[in-house]
Structure formats: structure tokens, C-alpha cells
Design a protein around this ligand. Structure first.
Ligand code: MLT
Length: 325
């Protein structure tokens, strides 16, 4: 046998063995978890909670990096272009799916840019108002939007963010258009609602709950089809007369496409371990958000959920008459 192919074969075997060893040893250095919104908001809270728990089981620090902007697409683009080696991850939510329709010039192909690691949580939004708003319940809040469309302001975390989608559905159902104020996340938007700089914010219960219970803002209705245990007195949007209204927020963990399966499996195991951490479970209960069922939240379920939501939001955005930019 000629010596050259033999050498080539040996070299290939060495490269493969080194790659397998690297995957076995993974992780050997800190992992960056990109949060595509500002610090202090709901996605940031979920990421920090899970990051702390996963750091302990992976034996390496999970470092949160807030890469905010363009409704969560700036952070997603950064993750999509990162090395697929398990050292850069992304937490994202419904906006990853909606952004594909709302931003036709994205630098990544949403369906094919990521490997799902696991589905995390699902929870409602709450339509909230500043304390001084001249509305005491959901009927009055909707009437306020209808009759004050020239001066009413609603906060959001950028076009395509969960808060923006919620606002979009409210306005298209009511047939009105009000001014929206864009922030880099609902963390800073909530600060301005508490400060009275904006009138309303449709935010995840994760972020809104403590302010509602603390009495610093008003709460009008939840966006799920059933009421929340923690806010039993609040009607759903459907009870308030908005037929078919439903929008909930689901987070998932992703890696760039091409990340080796053994690495995805290790990350999924660490995520699953975090779901048994009493601190994580207690905080999720405080937030009013729930885990996906244990048998339907792995990598394949995550990829399938993203594919389904891409289609769902493509149709919903079209039906709401929102023009992509
Ligand atoms: C945030 O973390 O600020 C929110 O998830 C953004 C949003 O979707 O409204």
C-alpha cells in the first residue's frame, strides 16, 4: 500500500480522535449565553436563573451577554454566526419566530441557523398600565386605547418582540393604531411604566408580577386563554371580549447550527438538571410561568416548536395587516 494514503488516514484518524476528545472534555472554558434583550427584563431573569444552575452542573461559568436591539434579531444574528462549538448559546422566545416575517433582510435563515437544546418555559403576558392611568379595569383600558389613540403610548421591546406582538394583536383587534415607544427590552420599559413615562405595557408575567403585587402599576388582563392562579381576579383578554385573543411567551435554548450532538446532549442534560433545582422552580412559580412537559421539551421538540411558530406568526402577522420593514 502506498505510504501517502496511509499517512493521510492516520492524520484523519488523529483529527477525529481529537475532536471526539474535545467533545468528551466539553466544557473546558466559560460558556457565553446571549440574551437578545436588555438586562433586568424577563428573558434576562430566566437566563440568569438557568445560567447559575447550569454553571454548577457543567463545572464552567455560564456568562450572560446582553446583545439587545432590533426586537431580538441582533442577538440572534450574533449567535447564528458564532462558532458551533458549544461556547456560544442563545436564549430566545416567540420573537425568534416572528422576526423571520417582520425582518425580511435578516442575515440568518431562522429555521436552519440553530440547533434546539431544549424548551424552557411558557407563560402569559399581562396588559398593565401606569398607576395614574384613567382606567381601572380591562374594559376601561381598551376604551382608553380606542378613544385616546392620538396620545396613548404603549411600550415595547422593539418590532417583533413579545411585547410588540401583544400590542399589535390588541390594536388590530380594536382596529386602532397608537404610538409605541421602543426599548431594548421590557426591563427598561417597565421602569418607565412605573415612572409614568408610558401609559401601557404588555409584558410577560415574569417581569410584571412583582410590580403588580407591589401595587406600583395597574394590571388589566392576561393574554392566555385561562386565568392565572397568582392573579385570579384578572380576566383573560377573551373574557374581555377580544375573541380568539391568545399570545403566550415561550423561551428555548439554542446553539448555532452544526454544534456536535454530544455537546447538545450535555447542554440538554444540564438544562434538565436545572429544572429539578428548587430555586429555579420556586422562581418560575413566582413568575407565573410553567415548564414544558418533560417528554416534549428536548432538542427535537425545540426544533419542531420553532418550525411551527415560524408558520403561525407568518400567518398571524399577515392577518394583523402589519407591514414588514
Ligand atoms: C425582554 O426580555 O425584555 C422581553 O422578553 C422582550 C419582549 O419580548 O418584550
Amino acid at each position: 500500500m502506498p505510504t501517502f494514503p496511509l499517512r493521510l488516514f492516520a492524520l484523519l484518524a488523529l483529527v477525529l480522535a481529537t475532536a471526539a476528545q474535545a467533545q468528551d472534555a466539553y466544557p473546558t472554558r466559560p460558556i457565553t449565553l446571549i440574551v437578545p434583550y436588555a438586562a433586568g427584563g424577563p428573558s434576562d431573569s430566566i437566563a440568569r436563573l438557568l445560567g447559575e444552575s447550569m454553571s454548577a452542573s457543567l463545572g464552567q461559568q455560564v456568562v450572560i451577554e446582553n446583545v439587545a436591539g432590533a426586537g431580538g434579531t441582533t442577538g440572534a444574528a450574533r449567535a447564528a454566526k458564532s462558532e458551533p462549538n458549544g461556547y456560544t448559546l442563545l436564549i430566545h422566545h416567540v420573537a425568534l419566530a416572528a422576526g423571520a416575517t417582520l425582518y425580511p433582510k435578516l442575515t440568518y435563515d431562522t429555521l436552519n441557523a440553530f440547533e434546539g437544546i431544549g424548551l424552557i418555559n411558557n407563560g402569559p403576558f399581562v396588559l398593565t398600565g401606569k398607576k395614574g392611568l384613567a382606567a381601572g379595569n380591562i374594559k376601561e383600558a381598551l376604551e382608553y386605547i380606542r378613544t385616546n389613540k392620538e396620545k396613548a403610548t404603549m411600550g415595547n421591546a422593539g418590532v417583533g418582540s413579545g411585547s410588540h406582538l401583544c400590542n399589535m394583536l390588541i390594536q388590530s383587534t380594536l382596529g386602532v393604531k397608537v404610538a409605541e415607544v421602543a426599548y431594548r427590552g421590557t426591563g427598561p420599559a417597565m421602569n418607565d411604566l412605573v415612572g409614568g413615562q408610558i401609559d401601557m405595557l404588555c409584558d410577560q408575567s415574569t417581569n410584571a408580577m412583582s410590580q403588580i403585587l407591589g401595587g406600583t402599576i395597574k394590571a388589566f388582563a392576561v393574554t392566555s386563554t385561562t386565568r392565572m392562579d397568582q392573579l385570579k381576579d384578572l380576566p383573560t383578554m377573551q373574557e374581555a371580549g377580544l375573541a380568539g385573543f391568545e399570545v403566550t411567551q415561550w423561551h428555548a435554548l439554542y446553539a448555532p447550527k452544526g454544534t456536535p450532538k454530544p455537546v447538545i446532549d450535555k447542554l440538554n442534560a444540564a438544562l434538565e438538571k436545572a429544572f429539578t433545582d428548587q430555586k429555579v422552580l420556586a422562581r418560575f412559580a413566582d413568575f407565573g410561568t410553567v415548564l414544558f412537559p418533560a417528554n416534549a421539551r428536548g432538542p427535537a421538540a425545540t426544533n419542531a416548536k420553532l418550525a411551527g411558530e415560524l408558520e403561525k406568526w407568518r400567518k398571524t402577522i399577515k392577518a394583523a395587516g402589519f407591514e414588514p420593514k
